[in-house]
Design a protein around this ligand. Structure first.
Ligand code: ADP
Length: 787
């Protein structure tokens, strides 16, 4: 059941409407067909009745003719004189047989079963006088009786209790009366014609038939139509029937046939009586036939009208149904189009006229939606245009759109107010910014530096007044890359700025720029990347005139050069006499008397000479380093041996500090042995010099990776952090010690030069509060760098 409901729900509206039309149509069709069928049956009944009436006529005619033939045949058989009447009658009888056969196709073979097949034989026998009169009478009477049974009664009509049924009943009984009276009369005639001696026997034979005749008459008087009854009554009283019946009544009462009539008189009288009945029968038959035919015609008419009505009704149903479907479809299509338009946001739909039904109400709802949409659209447009006075009335809590628009209006109003406030605030800020920009420009223009700014493609977008004044360029002339025109052609190829720009890192360099007088002056250029919200925006920087500083530096360089030159010449010049002094002093030491007081002086002198010699050697080394003329003579030697010799020699000379050797790396070096020794000695003597209050120096050596690392540690004065990096520069001395300790600040410079030329490194770790460790490391495989 639910499946059928489900199936029905899935059907299209059109199909459902067709079904709605189809169900009563089918019912109507069914009822009409039933009615039609009943009418048809009635018609066929009528038709059948007409056929039966026609048949009854034909049967009666045949019986009549057979009666005539029986009489002539009987007369000939009895008297054997006049044959012509008998023979003349044959054709009448035969044509009555043919007529019956034709009238009703059902009786086609009637000769075979109604004893008519013996008719020809009987005729022959009568003609040959081979048949007795009783035989003749018997054959014809029996045959007529048999044929009378072909007279089938018309069926009564079911729904017609009126006249036609009375007529049919009358006809039926009258026909029986006719047959029975005919048989009785014929037999009475036989008695009168032949011999009265058969009278009693014949009467006994006929009395039953006469009673039957009377019962049919009574039935007639009960069932026949009033007109027919009147006619029979009339015949009974006014025609030949009356004396016949009176005669028969008397005969059957007395059981004797009197001589009131002879055979001929009786034949005529009884023939006339029979004719009266027959004629009444014929009239009744004709009336029934007519009634039936008119009934048939009217029924036929009815059926035809019914058919026409049926076709017209079906056509009307089909027309109304299709019009309804079409109308509903048009209306629904209109609504669908309207809904689609609403769905895509259209308003102002024209829906046309709709009837006051469900679809009409739906259309009204759609129109209402549209109207509301339009109102909302107008309101939204007004709000969009800044008109917040427009009234929006949601239709209830469930009116989402209306409520949303109302809320939107409120929020937009709030937002607009806020926007105006923000705009005012923005304007104020802009004024501040403009003022601050003006202020900034003033500063930028007044500042003694030249200021520049680029965009993120390195094109100049700003220069300050100082630049314009210096170069004589206009602002426009300075933008993009045009400012390069002011730069010295030799300085333009520098990669410093493009590289710094690409890496977005601070940048500093020097270059020459032309002023209004055509003079190129040195500028210190500084630039820094700028970022807005972490997005690179370009560079901003300055140009500072450093021409004077450059000149000073140059002068300084010249002086330094001259100093180096002087020191070089001086140390060379001093070295020869010093060598002589040293040689003579040594000679003096050997030759002098040790007991002599002056011997002490010789020793001191030798000490000073040695110091002076070291000093001059250092100076010479420096000048060699400066001019790149220092020579290295690499050789293979055991580091341990070098260490041992150096420590022993140092201990011999100093005596103030004990050298504690912690580890001795067992390694063979390939290097300039005397230079490495020089480095090591320098570190040892520094350690001793700068730890006057201590009595120990620690020496350590080890292999690390592919290097020999040597350290010299003291617990002396230490070195401030700021000096540690510069210690290895020429003439550099820590301020902390320069007043207390003598020296030139060259030892570490020379040592660093020697170590780095051997592919090694030198560095210091020192605590400013005391104690320093100097390290140097040398590659295990020779890595001497030749100049
Ligand atoms: P000098 O010792 O002749 O000044 P050096 O080149 O040997 O020249 O040393 C440079 C400077 O390094 C010294 O003036 C001193 O200030 C500092 N220095 C070197 N060795 C030590 C050390 N062991 N302890 C403290 N300061 C030292």
């Amino acid at each position: 059941m639910t499946r059928i409901v489900e199936l029905f729900r899935k059907l299209s509206l059109q199909t459902k409407l067709v079904l709605i039309g189809l169900v009563p149509t089918m019912f109507f069709l069914y009822v009409s067909l039933q009615y039609f069928h009943a009418e048809k049956q009635k018609l066929s009944l009528l038709h059948n009745n007409i056929r039966l009436i026609n048949r009854a006529d034909a049967v009666n005619k045949l019986i009549e003719q057979l009666g005539v033939e029986r009489r002539f045949g009987y007369e000939f058989a009895l008297k054997k004189d006049e044959l012509s009447d008998f023979k003349e009658q044959f054709k009448n009888t035969d044509s009555a047989i043919e007529n019956l056969e034709k009238t009703d196709p059902e009786l086609k073979d009637l000769r075979t079963y109604t004893m008519l097949d013996g008719l020809e034989r009987t005729r022959q026998a009568v003609q040959k006088k081979a048949m007795p009169p009783d035989g003749v009478m018997g054959y014809y009477t029996t045959t007529m009786f048999r044929i009378s049974y072909l007279d089938a009664t018309p069926e009564l009509l079911l729904d017609n209790s009126g006249e036609v049924n009375q007529q049919i009943n009358g006809l039926k009984t009258l026909s029986e009366m006719n047959i029975y009276l005919g048989i009785i009369n014929a037999n009475i005639y036989n008695v009168l014609y032949a011999n009265r001696k058969y009278a009693v026997g014949t009467l006994y034979g006929l009395v039953g038939l006469y009673q039957v005749y009377n019962t049919f008459e009574r039935e007639f008087m009960l069932k026949a139509s009033p007109g027919a009854k009147r006619s029979l009554k009339y015949i009974n009283e006014k025609t030949a029937l009356k004396p016949v019946i009176t005669y028969l009544d008397t005969a059957f009462k007395r059981m004797n046939i009197d001589s009131t009539y002879n055979d001929v008189q009786w034949w005529k009288l009884s023939g006339s009586a029979n004719d009266q009945l027959k004629s009444l029968q014929a009239r009744l038959s004709a009336r029934v036939s007519n009634t039936l035919i008119s009934l048939e015609a009217s029924e036929n008419n009815k059926v035809q009208i019914l058919l026409i009505l049926l076709v017209v009704s079906l056509f009307l149903i089909a027309v109304v149904l299709s019009l309804t479907i079409r109308d509903i479809r048009i209306k629904l299509t209109g609504l669908r189009i309207a809904a689609e338009k609403i769905a895509v946001g259209e308003t102002g739909l024209k829906l046309g006229d709709y009837t006051d039904d469900v679809i009409g109400k739906l259309a009204a709802s759609v129109a209402k939606i549209d109207e509301n949409n339009k109102t909302l659209a107008v309101a939204a447009t007004a709000i969009g245009g800044g008109n917040f006075d427009i009234r929006i009335k949601p239709r209830g809590n469930t009116d989402l759109l209306g409520n949303a628009l109302l809320q939107m209006k409120d929020e937009l109003q709030h937002f607009t107010t806020q926007k105006l406030e923000y705009a005012a605030e923005l304007e104020r800020l802009l004024t501040v910014i403009r003022e601050s920009e003006t202020h900034f420009r003033k500063i930028a223009d007044k500042i003694p530096l030249m200021i520049w700014q680029t965009d993120d493609q390195a094109n100049a977008i700003y220069v300050n007044r100082k630049w314009l004044d210096y170069t004589g360029f206009s602002f426009e002339q300075s933008m993009g890359l045009k400012w390069l025109d002011a730069m010295h052609p030799d300085d333009r190829g520098s990669r410093a700025f493009p590289e710094a720009f690409a890496q977005r890192v601070s940048y500093r360099s020097r270059a020459r720029f032309r002023n209004t007088e055509g003079e190129y002056r040195w500028m210190d250029i500084q630039g820094n990347p700028i970022f807005g919200n972490q997005v690179f925006e370009g560079f901003i920087g300055s140009l500072t005139d450093i021409t004077h500083q450059m000149e000073a530096e140059q002068a300084m360089m010249d002086l330094m050069y001259k100093k180096d030159e002087f020191l070089s010449i001086a140390s060379h010049e001093l070295r020869t006499p010093l060598t002589s002094i040293k040689a003579y002093t040594q000679l003096l030491e050997k030759t002098a008397n040790r007991e002599d007081k002056s011997y002490q002086f010789v020793g001191k002198m030798l000490n000073h000479v040695s110091r002076l010699e070291r000093l001059i050697n250092d100076l010479l080394d420096v000048s060699r380093i400066n001019s790149g003329r220092i020579d290295y003579n690499p050789e293979s030697f055991q580091f341990a041996e070098l260490l041992k010799n150096s420590v022993e020699a140092f201990s011999d000379i100093t005596g103030s500090h004990e050298v504690v050797v912690e580890n001795v790396a067992d390694v063979t070096l390939k290097a300039d042995r005397s230079r490495i020794e020089q480095v090591f000695n320098n570190l040892l003597s520094n350690a001793a010099k700068y730890s006057p209050d201590a009595d120990k120096i620690w020496v350590d050596s080890r292999i690390e990776a592919d290097f020999l690392v040597v350290s010299v540690k003291d617990v002396g004065v230490g070195i401030p952090k700021k000096d540690q990096r510069q210690l290895f520069e020429r003439f550099y001395r820590s301020e902390k010690t320069s007043h207390r300790f003598q020296g030139l600040g060259l030892g570490l410079f020379i040592s660093a030069e020697i170590i780095r030329r051997h592919g090694g490194d030198i560095w210091v770790q020192s605590n400013p509060d005391g104690g320093s460790v100097f390290y140097f490391k040398l590659p295990l495989t020779s890595n001497l760098i030749t100049p």
